[in-house]
Design a protein around this ligand. Sequence first.
Ligand code: ARG
Length: 271
Amino acid sequence: MWKKKSLLAAIVVALMMALAACGSKSKETSSPSGSEGEAKKKIVVGTDAAFAPFEYMEKGKIVGFDVDLLDAVMKEAGLDYELKNIGWDPLFAALQSKEVDMGISGITIKEERKQSYDFSAPYFEATQVILVKENSPVKNALDLKGKTIGVQNATTGQEAAEKLFGKGNHIKKFETTVVAIMEMLNGGVEAVITDNAVANEYVKNNPTKKLKVIEDPNNFASEYYGMIFPKNSELKAKVNDALKKVIDSGKYTEIYKKWFNKEPNIQRLGQ
Ligand code: ARG
C-alpha cells in the first residue's frame, strides 16, 4: 500500500515538474524582458503588405522598411509581437475593434485620423506623386484635370485627388496600390496618385512597364508616417521611447540606408 502511494506521488511530482518546465519555456520565448509578471501576450501589429518598399510579401514573408523598423523598435522596447497582413481598410476596422494592438503601414499622420486613432512620433517623410505611362503628356497635377485617376481607397492619394478635382467617378478607388497601378497598365485609369517612395520603387522594379513619376510640390504637401494605435493605447509611450532610441543609436539610419540607399534627413522628422 505504502509503495503504491509513493509511486503515485512520484508520478504526480514528475508531471508537475514537466508542466512547470513547459510553462517557463513558453514564458521565456513570449516575453523577453519579462518585467510585467504574468505571461505577457504578444502584441498584434497589422499591416497592408502591398506597399513596397514599406511592406510587401516576399517568399511568403512580410518584408520592407516598416518591417525592419518595427522589429528594431519592438526589440528596443522589449515587446514580443506578431505582424499580420490584414489589408488596408480592415486594418482601421481592426484598430477600432482592438483586434490589433497597433499598425504600421506607411500611414500618414493626419488630423482627421487623429480623431479616431493615436499615432507614434513621425518616422518617415513622404509626399504624393503622380505615376503615369512614359509617353503621357501629364507634366503636373493640374494636367490631370478631366482624366481618370486611380488611388488606393481611403489614402492620402485619394484625398489629394479629391482636393484638386472634387469627388466623383473620375477618381477610381482600389483595394491596394498595386491594383491601382495594374489598372493603369491595363488602360483603366490614366494616372495613379500614390506615395513617392512607392511609385519610385514600382518604376525601378518594372522597367519594362515604361512608367514615370511626376513630382509636384506645389500641389502635394509633405506627409509624415507614424505607427498607429487605438485611442489611448498604453503602447504608444513605450513605442515612442523605443523609436527615439532606435533613431538616436543610428539603427534607424542603418535600416533607412538598406532600403533607400541614401542618408535619412532625421532633422525633418522632428516636426
Ligand atoms: N500614406 C498613405 C496614407 O496614409 C498611403 C498608405 C498606404 N499604405 C499601405 N500599406 N497600403 O493614406
